[in-house]
Design a protein around this ligand. Structure first.
Ligand SMILES: Cc1ncc(COP(=O)(O)O)c(C=O)c1O
Length: 258
């Protein structure tokens, strides 16, 4: 998100405005220039939401948290602890700066949160969640934080970011592959050199069907199709990555146009 283009768009469009910036894009793990975007939003009195579903976990890491400078200027932030937090998929959070932003959740129903029960101190999730009959997955998050602490989670974040950089180094050394860019978080886009988009797509499906690897796919600004490895497993070792590249190489040769 380009702050100058955002500034021009907000000046041209009638308000009120809600700006959604991203800290960790789905395709390439890019982080928008958050402090500059926050300044533009402030100048136009626009609300700022930051989708930190993927990148928010960098906050755990002393080494990487600076890259989220500006996050605290947001009115609302989404954070998925099922990405860089190693939780079950339900662990998506919306954090609000002003508690009143959750006013829409303050519904009352006598059978769920009767006033006299609330006054007597009985807890309920209404006012905090849209959900009622669901498993208390927050317990897993609480146990993880209690057991590993911020530093323990930060070490896992550092590990996957370092592994993604090693993977990028490995790709840069191999003439048979193209590397899209150095990873910003832990996402690495790559493709077999000289492959067509159809061959790249076929390689990905074959890896899946043969039970070898689950790779994502992305079509970034260059318009070409790339294989996407989002490294999220702290146990991934260089040998796993080398084996992945070997498998991709073999399948790409088999899919080369004749
Ligand atoms: C940047 C970003 N935002 C939002 C989402 C959606 O998250 P969820 O599936 O938890 O709704 C994703 C999922 O990958 C994502 O990468």
């Amino acid at each position: 998100l380009d702050p100058a283009a955002l500034d021009a768009a907000l000046a041209a469009l009638p308000g009120p405005h809600l700006v959604a910036a991203t800290a960790g894009t789905t395709d390439a793990g890019l982080i928008d220039p958050l402090p500059e975007i926050a300044d533009v939003c402030r100048a136009h009195r626009a609300r700022l939401h930051i989708d930190a579903a993927y990148g928010g976990g960098l906050l755990f890491s002393d080494r990487h948290r600076d890259r989220l400078t500006g996050l605290d200027a947001a009115h609302t932030v989404t954070l998925d602890l099922h990405k860089l937090g190693w939780q079950p998929v339900a662990a998506g959070l919306l954090a609000v700066r002003e508690p009143d932003d959750l006013a829409a959740l303050h519904q009352r129903a006598d059978y769920l949160n009767a006033d006299d029960d609330t006054e007597a101190g009985l807890p309920d999730l209404l006012g905090r969640s849209l959900r009622t009959s669901r498993r208390p997955d927050i317990l897993k998050t609480a146990v993880t934080l209690k057991t590993l602490g911020r530093e323990g989670l930060g070490a896992l974040v550092d590990q996957v970011c370092a592994t993604a950089h090693e993977f990028a180094d490995l790709l840069a050394d191999r003439p048979g592959f193209e590397l899209y860019d150095r990873p910003v978080i832990s996402t690495v886009l790559f493709r077999p050199a000289h492959a067509t988009d159809a061959a790249v797509a076929a390689v990905r499906r074959q890896l899946l069907h043969r039970g070898r690897a689950v790779l994502g796919r992305a079509r970034p600004d260059d318009g070409r199709l790339w294989l996407k490895a989002t490294v999220l497993n702290p146990h991934t070792r260089p040998a796993d990555l080398a084996a992945l590249l070997k498998a991709v190489e073999e399948l790409a040769e088999g899919n080369a146009p004749r």
